[in-house]
Structures are given as C-alpha cells and as structure tokens.
Design a protein around this ligand. Structure first.
Ligand SMILES: Cc1cc2nc3c(=O)[nH]c(=O)nc-3n(C[C@H](O)[C@H](O)[C@H](O)COP(=O)(O)O)c2cc1C
Length: 342
C-alpha cells in the first residue's frame, strides 16, 4: 500500500511507462546528471536521466556502465539532437539496453527515432508547441515533455502554465505528457497531474542534492539565490543571435552583455566578418557550465538554474526531496477531496 494513494493513482500511467515507483523525472543536467545523481534518483523511486551533453560514445558507454553498478532500477539517457555522433550514441544506448532515450535540443534528425526504437527503447521528445507535439507523436515519440521558460538551462519563450493549458487538454488523455519548468513543490505537481499530465520533470530542485557532485560553491550559489536571480540571457543585437539560457546572474552574465555590445560595434565598424562575429557569441559560453559545476567558478561560469531555485535552500538527500514532493502533492490532493461538494 503506497503512502501516497491519490498521487500514485494520478501518476500510474507515467510510472508504468518508466518502470519507476513515481512519475517524477530528474531532467538531464549536463555535468550534474552523472552516475551518482542519476542512480540516487532511480533508487529513490523516481526516474534518473544521464546527461550525455557533449560526451563521446566511449564516455557515455562508461557512464551507463558505472550507473548500472549503482542502481538496478531503470534510468534513461538524454541525447542532444545536434551531437555530431548522435547515431553512435544511440548505438551505445542500444548495446546497454537503455529503456528510455530523451532527445533534446531540437527536432530529432531523420532516422534517429527509428534507430532508438530498433533497440526496443522508448523515445521521449520535447514539444515546444501543440502542433509540434502532435507531429512528434506522429513521427514515433512515445511521450512528450513540455517545458516552460521558468526552467533552468536552455529555454523557449512560453511559460509552463500556458504550455500546460495549450497542450494538456488536447493531448494528455491519449498520450503521455510530462510537465517541466518551475516546479519546486508537490502542490504544483498536484495541479499538473489534475490537468492530465502523466508526471513531471524537475531539474533545479535536484541539482544540489547531497548525491549531486556539483561543487560546494555551485550549491552555495543556489542556496543563496531567489527566483529573480535566475534570469534568461539577453540578446543585444539582431545580427548576433543568442539562444536563451536561464542561469543565475553573475560576472559572467554581465560580461556576456558587454561582449555582445563590443562585437556589435566591431560589426558596425566593419572590423569583423558576420560569421566570425556570430561564432564569437556562440562560443562565448563554451565550457562555462563545467567551470561552474565542476570547478566551482561561480563568478565566470554558467550557473544554469530555474526560477524554482529560491525553493532550494539546503543540501538534502534525493530520497528526502522525493518524499517531500510526494507528501506535498498528496496533501494538496487531500485538501481538494475535503473541499469537494458532497
Ligand atoms: C544546471 C542545468 C543543466 C541542464 N542541462 C541540460 C541538458 O544538458 N540537457 C537538457 O535536455 N536539459 C538540461 N537542463 C534542463 C533540465 O533537464 C530540466 O528540464 C529543467 O531543469 C526543468 O526545469 P526546472 O529547472 O525549473 O526544474 C539543465 C538544467 C539545469 C538547471
């Protein structure tokens, strides 16, 4: 008998899909979502996902093998669609019989969904709009994640609450849709489950768990921050595209704005070619997340964090965070029941 009967009932479809106890995913976070955090999430009843990021197939192979030594529970792998060796990475997942592959970072390239399915794995895709969500499902996606701009990391322009209203009423009855972005407490999970979500995905709330290998300085920055410190990167000039990323403001984010102004000025003065200018902006943050997460450079590194960061106040074991989320969700659903007109 579960301690969270109403929550478990609403999460049943999602939990069955992942083979986990709870339909709570820890979204892949580059450098953070490695063997320790991933196994801790799965061992605590959630679904952990390895962030492949820019890893080579050899490194991913090692990471999956190492994760398997720490948990017997299912976990997934997140692959970035523009990785130059995407199909080799899919092969590695297949060899390890990884049951779920999340494709992030854009529309999956031709043949990638099929290649994952050849190995019998399920495919999860990010749906930025209702139309694209429908298209992804038609192309073979087994489940969708809808992620609002409150989230940490790379973001789209629309909030979680609006995406949920646009997508859940149409797709959630017949398809598995997981909601992400800005979720820090179980009360919010209750709301999305009631709207038809099969489960939820959280990143920021788990990033500083005891089992996370993130540098102590990175964790301290999270504990100190409030929602308004987690800001989306700003594009200064139309000619220099910036893919928005939500991160804690620091010297690095300020310097990025200055850099854009400088490069735009060089363009105005014909002192740099357009391609070179755009590359300078594109490469500005290269290696910056690693600098913050692993090296603890919280001044110049990228402190990717969502707006729920204000609800991350101390280091806690994953199992406690998971239990708190489930408890809060169940209490919220209980309150609804108590209010129901007889
Ligand atoms: C530090 C950090 C790194 C992230 N890296 C990735 C990544 O490599 N791939 C990805 O698909 N999402 C990445 N994300 C997004 C998370 O997987 C997740 O979807 C997001 O954090 C959920 O929103 P929340 O932060 O509001 O909980 C990252 C998020 C954070 C905070």
């Amino acid at each position: 008998m579960t301690a969270y009967p109403k929550t478990s009932a609403l999460m049943a479809r999602g939990a069955q899909f992942f083979g986990s106890e709870h339909a709570i995913l820890c979204g892949a976070m580059s450098w953070v979502s490695e063997r320790n955090l991933v196994s801790a999430i799965s061992n605590a009843g959630g679904f952990g996902v390895i962030a492949c990021g820019a890893m080579t197939p050899e490194l991913l192979d090692k990471e999956i093998a190492a994760t398997k030594t720490l948990t017997t529970k299912p976990f997934g792998v997140n692959l970035i669609t523009m990785h130059p060796q995407l199909f080799d990475l899919i092969e590695v997942c297949g060899r390890h019989q990884v049951g779920h592959v999340v494709l992030a970072g854009g529309i999956p390239p031709k043949g990638s969904v099929e290649a994952i399915k050849t190995h019998g794995a399920k495919v999860i895709c990010f749906a930025p709009t209702l139309a694209l969500g429908k298209k992804l499902l038609r192309s073979g996606a087994d489940a969708l994640v809808i992620e609002g701009m409150e989230a940490g990391g790379h973001i789209g322009p629309v909030s979680t609450s609006v995406l949920a209203q646009e997508i859940l009423p149409t797709l959630a009855a017949d398809h598995l849709v997981f909601v992400a972005g800005g979720i820090g407490r179980g009360e919010a999970i209750a709301g999305y489950l009631e709207m038809g979500a099969a489960g939820v995905q959280l990143g920021t709330r788990f990033a500083c768990a005891t089992e996370s290998i993130a540098h102590p300085a990175f964790k301290q920055a999270f504990f100190r921050a409030s929602a308004r410190d987690a800001i989306a990167s700003v594009q200064v000039d139309d000619r220099l595209p910036v893919i928005p990323v939500r991160a804690l403001k620091n010297k690095g984010t300020q310097a990025f704005t200055t850099k854009q102004i400088e490069v735009a000025k060089l363009l105005d003065d014909d002192k740099v070619a357009m391609m070179e200018a755009q590359l300078q902006i594109e490469h500005y943050w290269a290696g910056a997340l690693r600098r913050a997460v692993i090296d603890g450079d919280v001044e110049n590194g990228s402190l990717m964090a969502g707006q729920s960061v204000g609800m991350v106040t101390k280091e806690e074991p994953v199992a406690e965070i998971m239990a708190a989320l489930m408890r809060e969700c169940e209490a919220a659903l209980d309150t609804r029941k108590a209010l129901a007109v007889a």
